[in-house]
Design a binder for this molecule. Structure first.
Ligand SMILES: *Cc1c(COP(=O)(O)O)cnc(C)c1O
Length: 220
C-alpha cells in the first residue's frame, strides 16, 4: 500500500469535500487491514463473493460499496450489510434490491450507472433507459431503496478533453434530472465518477465520490 499516494489523494480531495472510496478488489485481507489502520473506512469491491468474504473478517464499521456489475440472484448475499450499490442498471435489479433490503429491514442506497464512455465494454444505462427507469410508474413503491445519484466510467484514453467531456455530460445529466425528477425514494446527492487515471478531472467536473484503487494499492 502506498501511504504517500494516499496522503496526496486525501490532500487533493479535502477542499472539494469529495468522498474517497478505496477500491480493494483483488487485494488480500491484510492489505485492507493496513488500509483500515491508515484510517480508511469506505471500501469498494466489484465482485459479490470477494466482498462478502472480506466483510466477514474485517471490522464492522467499514462502509462497503459494490462498484461492479450485480446479478439479481446475488443481491441476497449483500443485502444484510451493503452500504451502497453503484452499478444499478435496470428496474428489475432495483426491485430485487428492494425486496432483499426489506427482508433485512434496511434501506439500501443505490446509484444508477450511466453509460458515458465511447467504447463497447462499459456497462450502464443510456439516457432513454435512465429516464424510463426514473419515470417507471412503480418506482415509488420501492420503499427499501433510495436512489442517491449517478455513477459513470469514462473512456479509458489519454485524451483528457474526451474524458472531461464525458464527466461534464454526466454532471449536466445529473443536474437536469435533479431539477425535474422528484420522487419519495430519490435523493439527488451523489455523482460517483473518477478512478486512478482521471479522478482529478472528475473532481474538477463535480464528482462527489471517487473510486480509487491502483494509485493506493498498486497494480492488480
Ligand atoms: C477497479 C475499479 C475502479 C478503480 O480503478 P483504479 O484504476 O484501480 O483506480 C473504479 N471503479 C470501478 C467500477 C472499478 O471496477
Amino acid at each position: 500500500m502506498n501511504k504517500s499516494a494516499l496522503h496526496d489523494i486525501r490532500t487533493f480531495l479535502t477542499p472539494y469535500n469529495t468522498t474517497l472510496i478505496a477500491v480493494t478488489k483483488t487485494h488480500p485481507v491484510e492489505v485492507l487491514q493496513q488500509a483500515y489502520s491508515s484510517g480508511l473506512r469506505i471500501f469498494g469491491e466489484n465482485k459479490v463473493q470477494e466482498l462478502i468474504s472480506k466483510a466477514e473478517v474485517l471490522p464492522k464499521d467499514i462502509q462497503w460499496h459494490l462498484i461492479g456489475h450485480l446479478q439479481s440472484n446475488k443481491v441476497k448475499y449483500i443485502a444484510p450489510f451493503i452500504y451502497m450499490i453503484h452499478s444499478v442498471d435496470s428496474f428489475k435489479l432495483l426491485q430485487e434490491i428492494n425486496k432483499e433490503a426489506k427482508k433485512n429491514k434496511r434501506v439500501i442506497a443505490c446509484l444508477l450507472q450511466v453509460y458515458i464512455a465511447n467504447e463497447d465494454t462499459k456497462f450502464g444505462l443510456d439516457t432513454q433507459e435512465l429516464t424510463n427507469l426514473l419515470l417507471h410508474p412503480e418506482l415509488e413503491q420501492l420503499e427499501n431503496i433510495q436512489i442517491q445519484g449517478l455513477m459513470g466510467m469514462a473512456t479509458n484514453t489519454n485524451d483528457q478533453e474526451q474524458v472531461r467531456k464525458e464527466f461534464r455530460y454526466l454532471k449536466n445529466l445529473f443536474k437536469s434530472l435533479a431539477e425535474t425528477i422528484e420522487k419519495k425514494n430519490v435523493a439527488w446527492k451523489e455523482i460517483s465518477m473518477g478512478m486512478t487515471s482521471d479522478y482529478r478531472l472528475a473532481v474538477e467536473e463535480g464528482s462527489t465520490m471517487v473510486r480509487i484503487g491502483s494509485a493506493i494499492f498498486g497494480n492488480r
